[in-house]
Design a protein around this ligand. Structure first.
Ligand code: NAP
Length: 536
């Protein structure tokens, strides 16, 4: 066999060079497998490679947002801030790639165009956009759950002669907004993080808002040497607590629900959670996401906090969410977001009743008026959960198309394997715990470990193929739906359920049964010899 043919006959193809892809390649190499990995971007980083907009930072505390698989790494790395900003996280992932010598195993600037499962050879035939054909036993997607940007189909999109940017495809050289009239479309996390910084530079900033958000303060700050040292020394215990937690970070919640608390203790508990900042506010009460009355109490309290930040009461009312409850749409952490609406150069444009109709040569037009702009920013979100996979043209047994199947109904087993697609693994795939309800670094590592252990199990048992049965898959979907449908999340229109994409089947995309519970289920499957999975 020639060297290039040998290079293209591998045990595993891994797609993506973010947190999951890097660790997956590392684990497989350590276990002695031949691996080729592919990444569309020009370097490692995944989410943190693409999302370079001003103000991009992680909403999970940096001490918890890192790998735990290597003791020396976690003891040596120093995070500068409580919430790490994008350049720091990217620097961390570049360091990991260097430290474990992972880059040589990746082909960068290389998208996967198509892949099909060949039943005769029991191998995946993978084709890249650069024309390579690779034959692999295992096909592992580490493509992230928020990777395919959603570009709304605005009329006249290309007529606009000014600058146009998408937050998730931000130019590496940055953008100078000085003296410019800027239009920001969308008010999700990406917009909420970037708006305060853009508002400092722009001559005028129009924020086009369709749905207001319950953003809560991050209370970001520098980490002291002492805090960092304490974390580094106690990582073993912290990681244990994180793994045992519901969402992959350690926290405590009161045992009673919000509606059972008297007014004084409710006020005290909410102020306490608010002052701790960030996601701990979601843990303020255990029934926040399941009980309408409790959710309303907390939502009303947060609404008052928002009102208190805005000088003009008419603007404040526009910023108050009314169609859903706190926590049922991804809660963005903010630093100076609400304050921008007190600046004279910032205008909030409510497009809920008067939608954006078209882009024009000089800006954009809503049903209520026209806006002259030099720059338009699309902070319009993603085709979450499925988008990164369905864009890839994946065909399993009997030519079954993953795109077609998920167009009708999004089904998966543990979020990690799909019936009809043997040896395909989808890390952070739909119906697995992912960004919405889990610290990604905790959950991704656990899923990579399960995938690797599964591949090792096959080797030990002289098997080459694993595929979930229809019955096992149906059971997982049923279990997932029962938990999801008992929460208030499914009542809110957002990317959590795919409702931001016209025609997408509605189902909560992330498993919400708890990270620790999910880990245990995965462990039991492994320990009991993969019941409900066909091994061949
Ligand atoms: P997003 O939360 O989906 O927000 C998209 C925004 O665009 C929404 O306000 C949406 O309005 C608006 N929009 C879409 N189409 C529109 C149209 N035709 N007209 C007017 N408005 C339109 O997207 P995102 O802000 O990029 O965040 C997505 C997720 O990425 C977050 O929820 C989070 O999980 C992750 N993220 C994380 C961080 C972090 O950790 N720091 C930062 C950024 C993003 P509607 O709500 O009305 O649809």
């Amino acid at each position: 066999m020639s060297a290039s043919a040998e290079r293209n006959q591998v045990d595993a193809v891994v797609v993506g060079a973010g947190f999951a892809g890097l660790y997956q390649v590392h684990r497989l190499l350590k276990a002695g497998y031949r691996v080729r990995a592919f990444e569309k971007g020009s370097d490692v980083g995944g989410t943190w490679y693409w999302n370079r907009y001003p103000g991009a930072r992680c909403d999970i505390e940096s001490i918890c947002y890192s790998y735990s698989f290597d003791e020396a790494l976690q003891r040596e790395w120093r995070w500068p801030q409580r919430y790490a900003e994008q350049p720091d996280i990217l620097r961390y992932l570049q360091h990991v790639a260097e430290r474990f010598n992972l880059r040589p195993h990746f082909a960068f600037n290389t998208a996967i165009e198509a892949a099909h499962y060949d039943e005769a050879s029991q191998r995946w035939q993978v084709r890249t956009a650069t024309g390579e054909e690779i034959s692999s036993r295992f096909f592992i997607m580490a493509t992230g759950c928020l990777s395919k940007p959603l570009e709304p189909n605005f009329k006249g999109l290309d007529l606009f002669t000014g600058e146009r940017y998408q937050t998730s495809r931000w130019p590496h050289a940055g953008v100078d907004f000085t003296g410019k009239r800027v239009g920001m479309i969308g008010t999700g996390s990406s917009s909420i993080q970037s708006t305060p910084i853009i508002a400092q530079q722009a001559a005028q900033l129009f924020v086009f808002q369709r749905t207001p958000q319950f953003a809560i303060p991050a209370w970001n700050r520098e980490l002291t040497d002492e805090e960092m040292r304490t974390a580094q020394e106690s990582y073993a215990e912290l990681r244990r607590l994180m793994r045992q937690s519901e969402v992959g970070i350690d926290y405590e919640s009161p045992t009673i629900g919000a509606k059972e608390a008297d007014a004084a203790s409710l006020q005290k508990q909410l102020e306490f959670a608010w002052d701790r900042g960030g996601y701990l506010m979601l843990a303020a009460y255990p029934d926040l996401l399941t009980d309408l009355e409790s959710n309303k109490l907390v939502s009303d309290w947060v609404k008052e906090k928002i009102r208190a930040r805005i000088k003009d009461p008419a603007v404040a009312e526009k910023l108050i969410p009314r169609s859903y409850g706190f926590g049922t749409y991804r809660v963005p952490l903010e630093t100076g977001y609400y304050d921008v609406y007190n600046q004279p150069n910032v205008e909030l444009v409510d497009v809920s009743q008067a939608p954006i109709e078209a882009f024009t040569e000089n800006g954009l037009k809503t049903a209520a008026g026209e806006y002259a702009l030099d720059v338009i920013i699309l902070a319009t979100g993603f085709d979450a959960g499925t988008g990164s996979l369905t864009q890839m043209n994946i065909h399993g047994r009997d030519g079954r198309s993953l795109t077609e199947e998920w167009r009708k109904d999004i089904r998966s087993t543990l979020g990690l394997q799909v019936n009809g697609f043997p040896n395909l693994f989808t890390i952070a795939g739909p119906l697995a715990p992912s960004t919405a309800f889990c610290n990604m670094t905790t959950c991704l590592q656990q899923q990579v470990d399960w995938v690797t252990d599964t591949i090792l199990y096959l080797r030990e048992h002289h098997q080459t193929v694993i595929e979930p049965t229809v019955a096992r898959q149906d059971a997982w979907v049923k279990h997932h739906d029962e938990i999801a449908n008992a929460t208030l999340l499914v009542r809110t229109k957002s990317w959590y359920t795919g409702a931001n994409i016209k025609g997408k089947p509605i189902r909560l995309l992330s498993y919400i049964g708890g990270a620790a519970n999910y880990r245990q289920i995965c462990e039991e499957v492994k320990a009991s010899g993969y019941p409900g999975f066909a091994l061949a």
